[in-house]
Ligand binder design. Structure first.
Ligand SMILES: [Zn+2]
Length: 239
Protein backbone atom coordinates (compact mmCIF):
# COMPACT_ATOMS: atom_id res chain seq x y z
CA UNK A 1 0.00 0.00 0.00
CA UNK A 2 1.35 3.37 -0.97
CA UNK A 3 1.40 6.19 1.55
CA UNK A 4 -0.23 9.49 0.70
CA UNK A 5 2.29 12.27 0.14
CA UNK A 6 1.18 14.13 3.26
CA UNK A 7 1.24 10.98 5.40
CA UNK A 8 4.70 10.17 4.15
CA UNK A 9 5.89 13.68 4.93
CA UNK A 10 4.37 13.48 8.42
CA UNK A 11 6.10 10.16 8.94
CA UNK A 12 9.40 11.69 7.83
CA UNK A 13 8.96 14.62 10.22
CA UNK A 14 8.30 12.38 13.21
CA UNK A 15 11.14 10.05 12.31
CA UNK A 16 13.63 12.86 11.80
CA UNK A 17 16.90 11.82 13.33
CA UNK A 18 15.66 8.33 14.11
CA UNK A 19 18.41 5.80 14.32
CA UNK A 20 17.54 2.19 13.88
CA UNK A 21 18.52 0.12 16.81
CA UNK A 22 18.16 -3.61 16.66
CA UNK A 23 18.13 -5.01 20.15
CA UNK A 24 17.10 -8.53 19.18
CA UNK A 25 19.76 -11.21 19.40
CA UNK A 26 19.97 -13.53 16.47
CA UNK A 27 21.74 -16.88 16.55
CA UNK A 28 24.06 -15.73 13.78
CA UNK A 29 25.32 -12.77 15.79
CA UNK A 30 28.69 -13.48 17.25
CA UNK A 31 29.34 -13.17 20.94
CA UNK A 32 32.02 -10.56 20.18
CA UNK A 33 29.59 -8.35 18.26
CA UNK A 34 26.95 -8.66 20.96
CA UNK A 35 29.55 -7.78 23.58
CA UNK A 36 30.63 -4.66 21.65
CA UNK A 37 27.03 -3.56 21.15
CA UNK A 38 26.29 -3.99 24.83
CA UNK A 39 28.91 -1.39 25.73
CA UNK A 40 28.28 1.12 22.93
CA UNK A 41 25.72 3.89 23.60
CA UNK A 42 22.35 3.22 21.99
CA UNK A 43 20.42 6.34 21.01
CA UNK A 44 16.93 5.23 22.02
CA UNK A 45 15.58 8.76 22.27
CA UNK A 46 14.22 10.45 19.17
CA UNK A 47 12.77 13.89 18.36
CA UNK A 48 10.67 15.75 19.23
CA UNK A 49 12.73 15.79 22.41
CA UNK A 50 11.74 17.03 25.83
CA UNK A 51 15.14 18.63 26.33
CA UNK A 52 17.07 21.27 24.39
CA UNK A 53 19.47 20.16 21.68
CA UNK A 54 22.96 21.55 22.31
CA UNK A 55 25.47 23.36 20.10
CA UNK A 56 27.28 20.75 18.05
CA UNK A 57 24.04 19.03 17.07
CA UNK A 58 23.80 19.50 13.28
CA UNK A 59 20.07 20.28 13.59
CA UNK A 60 21.01 23.66 15.10
CA UNK A 61 23.13 24.55 12.08
CA UNK A 62 20.63 23.47 9.42
CA UNK A 63 18.19 25.82 7.67
CA UNK A 64 14.80 24.51 8.81
CA UNK A 65 12.17 23.59 6.22
CA UNK A 66 8.80 25.30 5.83
CA UNK A 67 5.89 23.32 7.25
CA UNK A 68 3.90 22.20 4.18
CA UNK A 69 0.56 24.05 4.01
CA UNK A 70 -1.44 20.80 4.08
CA UNK A 71 0.24 19.69 7.32
CA UNK A 72 -0.28 22.85 9.38
CA UNK A 73 -3.49 21.63 11.02
CA UNK A 74 -2.28 18.02 11.29
CA UNK A 75 -1.92 15.95 14.46
CA UNK A 76 1.82 15.58 13.76
CA UNK A 77 2.45 19.35 13.75
CA UNK A 78 0.14 19.77 16.74
CA UNK A 79 2.20 17.13 18.56
CA UNK A 80 5.45 19.00 17.81
CA UNK A 81 3.95 22.29 19.04
CA UNK A 82 2.66 20.62 22.22
CA UNK A 83 6.18 19.36 22.93
CA UNK A 84 7.62 22.82 22.27
CA UNK A 85 5.19 24.40 24.76
CA UNK A 86 5.98 21.68 27.29
CA UNK A 87 9.74 22.24 26.97
CA UNK A 88 9.34 26.05 27.04
CA UNK A 89 7.42 25.89 30.31
CA UNK A 90 9.40 23.05 31.88
CA UNK A 91 12.66 24.97 31.47
CA UNK A 92 10.96 28.28 32.30
CA UNK A 93 12.24 30.09 29.23
CA UNK A 94 10.66 32.62 26.84
CA UNK A 95 11.15 31.19 23.36
CA UNK A 96 11.82 27.92 21.58
CA UNK A 97 12.37 27.10 17.93
CA UNK A 98 11.59 23.59 16.62
CA UNK A 99 15.27 22.73 15.85
CA UNK A 100 15.90 23.11 19.58
CA UNK A 101 13.82 19.98 20.20
CA UNK A 102 15.40 18.23 17.23
CA UNK A 103 12.82 19.05 14.55
CA UNK A 104 14.09 20.95 11.52
CA UNK A 105 10.87 22.81 10.75
CA UNK A 106 10.01 26.53 10.78
CA UNK A 107 7.96 26.71 13.98
CA UNK A 108 8.46 29.12 16.88
CA UNK A 109 6.74 29.27 20.27
CA UNK A 110 7.16 32.31 22.52
CA UNK A 111 5.73 33.32 25.89
CA UNK A 112 6.76 35.99 28.35
CA UNK A 113 4.78 35.16 31.46
CA UNK A 114 3.14 37.87 33.55
CA UNK A 115 4.79 36.36 36.66
CA UNK A 116 8.32 37.11 35.40
CA UNK A 117 7.75 40.74 36.33
CA UNK A 118 7.77 39.71 40.01
CA UNK A 119 10.82 37.45 39.67
CA UNK A 120 13.16 39.67 37.66
CA UNK A 121 14.78 42.75 39.25
CA UNK A 122 12.82 45.86 38.24
CA UNK A 123 15.86 47.79 36.89
CA UNK A 124 16.61 44.87 34.53
CA UNK A 125 12.95 44.48 33.53
CA UNK A 126 12.74 48.17 32.66
CA UNK A 127 16.19 48.60 31.04
CA UNK A 128 15.64 45.63 28.73
CA UNK A 129 12.14 46.84 27.82
CA UNK A 130 10.53 43.60 28.92
CA UNK A 131 6.78 43.10 28.77
CA UNK A 132 4.22 40.31 28.99
CA UNK A 133 3.63 38.28 25.84
CA UNK A 134 0.85 35.67 25.78
CA UNK A 135 1.64 32.21 24.40
CA UNK A 136 2.34 32.75 20.69
CA UNK A 137 2.71 29.92 18.18
CA UNK A 138 4.03 30.95 14.77
CA UNK A 139 4.39 28.53 11.86
CA UNK A 140 6.44 29.53 8.79
CA UNK A 141 7.14 32.97 10.28
CA UNK A 142 8.40 36.09 8.53
CA UNK A 143 10.03 38.97 10.35
CA UNK A 144 10.22 42.57 9.18
CA UNK A 145 12.18 45.18 11.10
CA UNK A 146 9.97 48.22 11.78
CA UNK A 147 12.39 50.20 13.96
CA UNK A 148 16.10 49.93 13.13
CA UNK A 149 17.24 51.43 16.43
CA UNK A 150 19.54 48.86 18.05
CA UNK A 151 19.85 47.81 21.68
CA UNK A 152 22.64 45.77 23.20
CA UNK A 153 21.80 43.47 26.10
CA UNK A 154 22.99 40.13 27.52
CA UNK A 155 21.35 37.19 25.82
CA UNK A 156 21.43 33.48 26.55
CA UNK A 157 20.25 30.38 24.74
CA UNK A 158 19.06 27.04 26.08
CA UNK A 159 21.05 25.39 23.28
CA UNK A 160 24.30 27.03 24.45
CA UNK A 161 23.59 26.17 28.08
CA UNK A 162 25.53 27.95 30.77
CA UNK A 163 26.80 30.94 28.78
CA UNK A 164 25.68 34.43 27.80
CA UNK A 165 26.91 37.44 25.84
CA UNK A 166 25.75 40.88 24.78
CA UNK A 167 23.99 40.97 21.43
CA UNK A 168 22.64 43.91 19.44
CA UNK A 169 19.06 43.53 18.25
CA UNK A 170 16.58 45.82 16.48
CA UNK A 171 14.03 47.63 18.61
CA UNK A 172 10.80 46.65 16.83
CA UNK A 173 9.69 43.99 14.37
CA UNK A 174 6.54 42.84 12.64
CA UNK A 175 6.20 39.11 13.18
CA UNK A 176 3.86 37.20 10.87
CA UNK A 177 2.94 33.55 10.43
CA UNK A 178 0.23 30.93 10.73
CA UNK A 179 -1.15 29.49 13.92
CA UNK A 180 -2.22 25.88 14.48
CA UNK A 181 -5.61 26.64 12.89
CA UNK A 182 -3.84 27.75 9.72
CA UNK A 183 -4.89 31.35 10.33
CA UNK A 184 -2.38 34.04 9.35
CA UNK A 185 -1.55 36.27 12.32
CA UNK A 186 0.69 39.26 12.73
CA UNK A 187 2.00 40.89 15.84
CA UNK A 188 4.12 44.02 16.31
CA UNK A 189 6.80 43.36 18.90
CA UNK A 190 9.20 45.75 20.54
CA UNK A 191 11.93 45.70 23.18
CA UNK A 192 12.67 42.29 24.69
CA UNK A 193 9.87 40.51 22.83
CA UNK A 194 11.30 41.76 19.51
CA UNK A 195 14.65 40.37 20.68
CA UNK A 196 13.09 36.95 21.39
CA UNK A 197 11.56 36.88 17.90
CA UNK A 198 14.91 37.80 16.25
CA UNK A 199 16.76 35.18 18.34
CA UNK A 200 14.25 32.42 17.47
CA UNK A 201 14.15 33.39 13.77
CA UNK A 202 17.92 32.95 13.69
CA UNK A 203 17.46 29.38 14.98
CA UNK A 204 15.34 28.59 11.90
CA UNK A 205 18.23 29.66 9.67
CA UNK A 206 20.84 27.63 11.55
CA UNK A 207 22.22 30.69 13.35
CA UNK A 208 22.93 31.11 17.05
CA UNK A 209 23.43 34.25 19.13
CA UNK A 210 27.15 33.46 19.35
CA UNK A 211 27.35 34.34 15.63
CA UNK A 212 26.18 37.88 16.42
CA UNK A 213 27.56 38.47 19.92
CA UNK A 214 30.15 40.92 21.13
CA UNK A 215 32.65 38.15 21.87
CA UNK A 216 34.44 40.23 24.53
CA UNK A 217 31.28 39.92 26.68
CA UNK A 218 30.93 36.14 26.35
CA UNK A 219 30.77 34.61 29.84
CA UNK A 220 30.03 31.41 31.67
CA UNK A 221 26.98 32.47 33.69
CA UNK A 222 28.18 30.65 36.81
CA UNK A 223 31.87 31.59 36.74
CA UNK A 224 31.68 33.23 40.20
CA UNK A 225 30.01 30.16 41.72
CA UNK A 226 32.70 27.98 40.14
CA UNK A 227 35.28 29.94 42.17
CA UNK A 228 33.18 30.03 45.34
CA UNK A 229 32.52 26.27 45.27
CA UNK A 230 36.00 25.20 44.17
CA UNK A 231 34.65 24.07 40.82
CA UNK A 232 31.91 21.86 42.28
CA UNK A 233 29.15 23.20 40.01
CA UNK A 234 27.07 21.37 37.44
CA UNK A 235 25.05 22.74 34.55
CA UNK A 236 21.98 20.50 34.16
CA UNK A 237 20.69 19.66 30.68
CA UNK A 238 17.52 18.13 32.11
CA UNK A 239 14.70 19.21 34.35
ZN1 LIG B 1 18.28 30.02 21.45
Amino acid sequence: MQLQKTQLLAWKILNHGKRFVNTSMTREKSFRKAYQEFWSPKPMNKPPYEHFTQIGDPVLRTKAAEVPEELIGSKEVEHIVEKMIKVLRKFDCVGVAAPQIGISLRIIVMEFREGLKDILPKPIYDARKMSTLPLTVVINPTLTVTNYEKHKHPEGCMSVRGYSAEVERFNSVLFKGKNLNCIENEVELSGWNARIAQHEMDHLDGKLYIDRMDSSTFICTCWETVNAKSGRVEIPFYK
